[in-house]
Design a binder for this molecule. Structure first.
Ligand code: GLA
Length: 339
């Protein structure tokens, strides 16, 4: 028996560094992703080969600490194995392969796609939210990065033709149709990075310290933010509070096909991530500036965690710019192949 599981990556249209404080995000699942083909066998080792690495990964089904596993990408697989076991699954060993059409480390959630495809291939059941929550725990365990739910939930809950308005506090997903006149282009800055060792952890800690002063950032108003005495914490909170407002407004702009307004919100989001949250880089700033001066571009911003990776641009249909044109796609799926 061969089980084939596929998970898309995601691009976030707007709403970055808001998920881990219970905020709003607006990502979409991509039409590129990661496939895991797995044959269960009477063994206690999960052996997987990746098309992105000649070194195979061999993970014992009783693995305890994913951070010790080599090669490094296999830590995500090990994280999934640990989390499936602690959720009560009886995991079989076996052999399989991983293929991906996602650029790795480019901010398009290649690690979430690997986790979700692995979880489904190894037998994870349950709702999109349940699988996403399991995979988020796996990511945190494997990488030590205290990520939010956005990437895994966008991968499991994707809807063709729609962006997903996710409320990361209520954990609801509200599909918002992408209007016909708008296309989404992802442009790689060429600066690739891993979140491990990045200032992501510090940014999250800053948000928690700001919340200690004014209460949950999700409930805070702009006026509350100005009460924070520390300049750095005030700017971090200002980004989060204003970004939540922008996401709500952006979802509304999509629904009413107000593409100029949608684009303006993306531009404002980039400025806020650059100046207040300080997660952009000179290369991303130059790329976004250039995009925002290009005819046919409604708006562009960095997407994902920042510190390198990709920019996303929303453009008038038919506009020719260099980059990867992406389409909002369905979420992860699994099937059994004969053989
Ligand atoms: C990474 C994390 C997400 C989210 C984004 C920033 O992709 O995995 O949970 O925090 O960064 O929006």
């Amino acid at each position: 028996m061969i089980i084939e599981a596929y998970s898309p990556g995601r691009v976030n249209l707007i709403g970055d560094h808001t998920d881990y404080s219970g905020g709003l995000v607006l990502p979409m699942a991509l039409d590129t992703g990661t496939t895991v083909r797995f044959s269960p066998l009477p063994t206690t080792t999960v052996t997987l080969r990746s098309d992105a690495d000649p070194a195979p990964a061999a993970i014992e089904t009783d693995v305890v600490d994913p951070t010790t596993i080599q090669p490094a990408w296999a830590r995500y697989v090990a994280g999934v194995v640990v989390e499936l076991r602690s959720a009560g699954y009886d995991i079989s060993g076996g052999t399989g392969s991983i293929t991906t059409t996602l650029p790795l480390g480019a901010g398009l959630s290649s690690s979430a796609a690997l986790e979700v495809a692995t979880a489904l291939a190894l037998g994870a059941l349950g709702s999109a939210l349940e699988v996403a929550q399991l995979c988020r725990r796996a990511e945190q365990l494997a990488s030590g990065v205290p990520c939010g739910i956005m990437d895994q939930l966008a991968a499991t809950a994707g809807v063709q033709g729609c962006a997903l308005l996710i409320d990361c506090r209520l954990l609801t997903v509200d599909p918002v149709r992408i209007p016909d006149g708008l296309e989404v282009v992802v442009i790689d800055s060429g600066e690739h990075r891993a979140l491990v060792g990045s200032p992501y952890v510090e940014r999250r800690a800053d948000c928690e310290r700001a919340a200690d002063v004014i209460g949950p950032l999700r409930d805070a108003a702009r006026g509350d933010v100005e009460r924070i005495p520390d300049d750095r914490l005030r700017r971090r909170a200002r980004h989060v509070v204003s970004e939540n407002e922008r996401v709500a407004e952006a979802a509304d702009a999509l629904r009413t096909a107000d593409l100029q307004r949608f684009g303006r919100l993306l531009r404002e989001s980039h400025r806020s991530l650059r100046d207040d949250f300080e997660v952009s880089t000179p290369a991303l700033d130059a790329l976004v500036d250039e995009l925002n001066c290009t005819t046919g571009v409604f708006g562009a911003r960095l997407t994902g965690a920042g510190f390198g990776g990709c920019a996303v641009a929303v453009v008038e249909r038919g506009t020719v710019i260099a980059g990867r044109r992406v389409h909002a796609s369905a979420g992860a799926r699994v099937r059994e192949l004969k053989g």
